[in-house]
Design a protein around this ligand. Structure first.
Ligand SMILES: Cc1cc2nc3c(=O)[nH]c(=O)nc-3n(C[C@H](O)[C@H](O)[C@H](O)COP(=O)(O)OP(=O)(O)OC[C@H]3O[C@@H](n4cnc5c(N)ncnc54)[C@H](O)[C@@H]3O)c2cc1C
Length: 391
């Protein structure tokens, strides 16, 4: 076991939230270490396609954004956290731009889409590789900073005040930021289901915090992405971006009928698909999996080329052109809505331990809106990093 020194702040996880926390703590003057389970590039954040929410359009406001979250969460979100999330969203976007993220623009402004549960167009995108662009920019900053990175160093033990065993390393730190994401990969494996998640999403860091006495909320509330790819086989477990529906695609049953508001809150849309299949109005994939149709032929070629190029490429490589034919879809395990209880500084109920990103609970209540997770990573990652450095 190698002794690897004492740091002011130790960040666990290299997704968008961990990277944002590490950058912010280092910029606040702290000596920072970051430990990741695998390669620093491996995370769910990099897989995020659709986009990130922020109220920029003239008919929108942070208050409206907060109201949409309250409604989509079925009135279960922590509104103190939500108000921080939505009011700091525009400055979080500008911060990302300063770090080198270039959001897709049109007509002199951001290209904004409406996502499920939203009353306004509010979703900024970088084509359909938004998470990749955000994590790459943050990683570049971390790699050119004084942050000490420990890749392939999974946290497996944390002792109070704080000593972390990460792989072969022992790392001491005054404060710890837990940014290790959710657990949907492990959960899907246990249920024998498909998931959109990265294999690192296994949840043991949440368990370590719970064993130390941390409080959590809504841990049972897992989110199904309404539109998992069902066919071809190469697209199974792929999350068809919600922006397909934002740009006109609709869900159809076996009889070609629209059976739900395709841009409703995620849990409502997923349940509508489950119910339709249960009623016998679904279809089957060639390998006999349940599915319904997503009519992507209604998306204009212009919108698809600007905002869905990666999705188009992947389907076309599998022999299906989504602009010429409907595609098959079924909900797939995607996101851990709940997590560790945090306050406005992302401080958990354990002294000196912070949590940000998917590992934390409250911001989305029991049902997250699309585009708010990347936002949460940036807003609360920055807050966690700054507060941990101050502490
Ligand atoms: C396919 C897909 C598409 C998505 N699309 C969108 C979207 O368009 N918009 C949106 O807002 N959200 C989207 N999401 C959700 C969002 O991307 C994630 O919820 C969010 O990025 C999670 O960020 P994070 O930093 O909390 O965790 P992650 O990005 O999952 O990073 C967790 C990090 O912790 C590390 N880790 C795990 N365990 C340990 C351990 N024991 N020790 C050390 N390190 C550990 C992992 O290796 C990883 O580096 C999408 C998710 C997926 C999977």
């Amino acid at each position: 076991m190698a002794e690897n020194g004492h740091f002011d702040v130790l960040v666990i996880g290299s997704g968008a939230s961990g990277l944002a926390a590490a950058v912010s703590a280092e910029r606040a003057g702290a000596r920072v270490a970051l430990a990741a389970k695998g390669a620093i590039q491996s995370c769910n954040s990099a897989k995020a396609q659709g986009g990130i929410q922020a109220a920029f359009s003239e008919d929108d406001s942070p208050e409206q954004h907060a109201q949409d979250i309250w409604k989509s969460s079925h009135e279960t979100a922590n509104m103190e956290l939500v108000e921080i999330l939505t009011s700091e969203a525009p400055s979080a976007i500008h911060w990302l731009e300063e770090l080198g993220v270039t959001f897709t623009r049109e007509n002199g402004g951001y290209r904004l889409a409406r996502c499920g549960g939203a009353t306004r167009k509010r979703l900024l995108q970088v084509g359909d590789r938004t998470g990749h662009a955000i994590t790459k920019a943050l990683r570049d900053v971390v790699e050119s900073s004084s942050v000490t990175v420990f890749p392939n160093s999974p946290l497996h033990e944390l002792e109070p005040s704080w000593r972390a065993r990460c792989g072969e390393h022992t790392i001491d730190a005054d404060t710890v930021v837990l940014a290790a994401g959710g657990r949907c990969y492990r959960e899907a494996e246990e249920r024998g289901e498909l998931t959109t998640n990265h294999p690192g999403a296994t949840g043991e860091v949440t368990q370590i915090a719970l064993d130390l006495g941390a409080e959590a909320r809504d841990l049972d509330a897992l989110q199904y992405h309404p539109n998992g790819g069902a066919w071809p086989e190469t697209m199974q477990g792929y999350s068809i971006p919600e922006t397909t529906r934002a740009y006109g695609a609709v869900l159809l049953n076996a009889d070609g009928e629209e059976f739900t508001d395709s841009l409703g809150p995620r849990d409502v849309v997923s349940q509508a698909i489950f119910d339709e299949v249960e009623k016998g109005k679904g279809v089957e994939t060639p390998d006999r999996r349940p599915a319904v149709y997503l009519d992507t032929t209604r998306i204009s070629a212009h919108d698809a080329e600007l905002s869905l190029p990666y999705m188009l490429r992947r389907y076309r490589a599998g022999g299906i052109d989504p602009l010429a034919e409907t595609i098959l879809t079924y909900p797939v395990l995607h996101y851990q809505n709940g997590g560790l209880v945090i306050d406005e500084d992302a401080h958990t109920t354990l002294e000196g331990v912070y949590a940000c990103g998917e590992i934390a609970g409250g911001t989305h209540g029991r049902n997250r809106m699309m585009g708010n997770s990347l936002l949460e990573c940036v807003v609360f990652g920055r807050r966690a990093g700054r507060a941990a450095a101050r502490n």
